[in-house]
Structure formats: C-alpha cells, structure tokens
Design a protein around this ligand. Structure first.
Ligand code: 13P
Length: 254
C-alpha cells in the first residue's frame, strides 16, 4: 500500500475565525491512518494558531523559508525559526514564488538545503508553463529544476524530501492535468532520479498539484506514480478538502 499525502496550501488566505472553522471541520473528518499524511500549510502568521488547533494526526508546514540562515534580512523567516516552532514541512520553489518573487533554481537549492539543515521536510515544487508544455519542453524543464537542486546539494537529501509536480497552467485555473498527463510526468521524474539513486527514485513521494478537487482526486491518486496532492483553492473549503481526503482514504482501504 502506497502512502498518500494530502497537503493544503492555503497561500495568502484565511483569518483567525475562518481558520478555526476550517481546522475544526478537518479535525472531525480526518482519522488516524498510517497510510495518509494530512498537512496544512497556512501563512506564517497563523502557524501557531494551527499548531494549537489541529488534531495530533495532522501535520503543519510553512509555505516558504529564507535562503539565508539568519541575520539582517528584513521580513524573512528562517528554517531555524520554523524548526523552533515545531513545524514539520516546508513548501519550496512554488511556481508563484518562482514567477513573482524571483526564486531561481539556485535560490531554491539553497532553501532546500537549509530546510534539511533545520530538520524540515521540503516539498519541492516543479512544473512547466503552458508555453513550455505546448512547445514540448515539459520534461526538460522539470529535469533542469530537479537536477539543479541535486547538483547544488546532494541526492541523499532526497531520501527525506517530497516532490510536487505542479504544472503552472493547471494552478488556480480549474484546468487539471489529466491523470495520464500527470502520471507521465511523475514517471519521468522517477526516471530522472534513477540516474542518481534507484532506491530514492522509487520511494520518494511525488504529489500532483493544480486544480485538484473532490471530483478528480480519486483518478489522480489511483495512478501508480502519484502519491497524493498539493491542494490550493479546494483546501480553503472544508467540505471539498475532506472529499479529497476521503478519496485517499477509500484507496487506502481497498
Ligand atoms: P490550485 O489547487 O488552486 O490549482 O493550486 C494548486 C497549488 O498551487 C498548490 O500549491
């Protein structure tokens, strides 16, 4: 039985009241299951609130870290601070950060390394733009995003990491990659990793992200190389998020 990860990326959404309602709802509907890891990634300001509210079976992640360890970097949050707050996971290299905040492959590799130095499990996001897909560059783009991290750090760090394939054209657009399209890229990600380490290539969790919802999650999670979802919009709606979780639950019970 493969383990499935259901990760909520709230992005820059929520407030104290709506967060409390959402987490209380999720607490009620999410059960202890050794084959499913539910992770909530709220904005930094709400990490403490969610840590207090969530049931112990739910984990908490941040959405970003600084590429520097500490020092005069106004407005930044370091990996050591997140470790200090007992955060388990951190999203790194999300396409919104790559596009809007100049997170280059080099910076992403630094963040990836610092996540590990601070005992955070990075969820490394990769994915192509619409234009890159149309021009047949999907695999080469994903390959360079992954290889740049491996080559600036080391493959061993991927033993305790998660990759999320998030095609940029499917994020927040309502247009999901078909399960076959996603599976093809996930398969290729494992092939890229096989050049370095067979064991890591077969065991690393690879999540799909991009307009995942209650209706399409089962088909996606059924694919052999897909180990769950990184969910944006649908994670802000308790019922929809729980439907995604329940799709995973049904698969782990089959
Ligand atoms: P949507 O689920 O809103 O498409 O967002 C996906 C995403 O960016 C998750 O990190």
């Amino acid at each position: 039985m493969k383990k499935l990860f259901i990760v909520a990326n709230w992005k820059m959404n929520g407030n104290k009241i709506s967060n409390e309602q959402l987490v209380n709802y999720i607490n009620e509907k999410v059960y202890e299951n050794p084959n499913i890891e539910v992770i909530i990634c709220p904005p930094f300001t709400y990490l403490t609130q969610i840590l207090k509210l969530k049931a112990t079976r739910i984990k908490v992640g941040a959405q970003n870290i600084s590429e520097s360890q500490n020092g005069a970097f106004t407005g930044e949050i370091s990996g050591s601070m997140l470790q200090d707050m007992n955060i388990d996971y951190v999203i790194i290299g999300h396409s919104e950060r790559r596009q809007m905040y100049s997170d280059t492959n080099t910076i992403i590799a630094q963040k990836f390394e610092l996540a590990h130095q601070n005992n955070l499990i990075p969820i490394l996001c990769v994915g192509e733009s619409l234009n890159e897909r149309k021009t047949g560059q999907t695999i080469s783009v994903v390959e360079s995003q992954i290889k740049s991290v491996i080559e600036s750090t080391c493959i061993e760090l991927f033993t305790k990491s998660i990759i999320a394939y998030e095609p940029v054209w499917a994020i927040g657009t309502g247009e999901t990659a078909s399960s076959e399209q996603a599976e093809e890229v996930h398969f290729n990600i494992r092939s890229i990793l096989k050049e370095y380490d067979l064991n890591i290539a077969t065991s690393i969790p690879i999540l799909y992200g991009g307009s995942v919802n209650g209706a399409n999650s089962k088909d996606l999670f059924t694919m052999g190389n897909i180990n769950g979802g990184l969910i944006g919009g649908a994670s802000l709606n308790g019922e929809e998020f729980v439907k995604i979780y329940q799709a995973a639950e049904r698969l782990t019970n089959e």
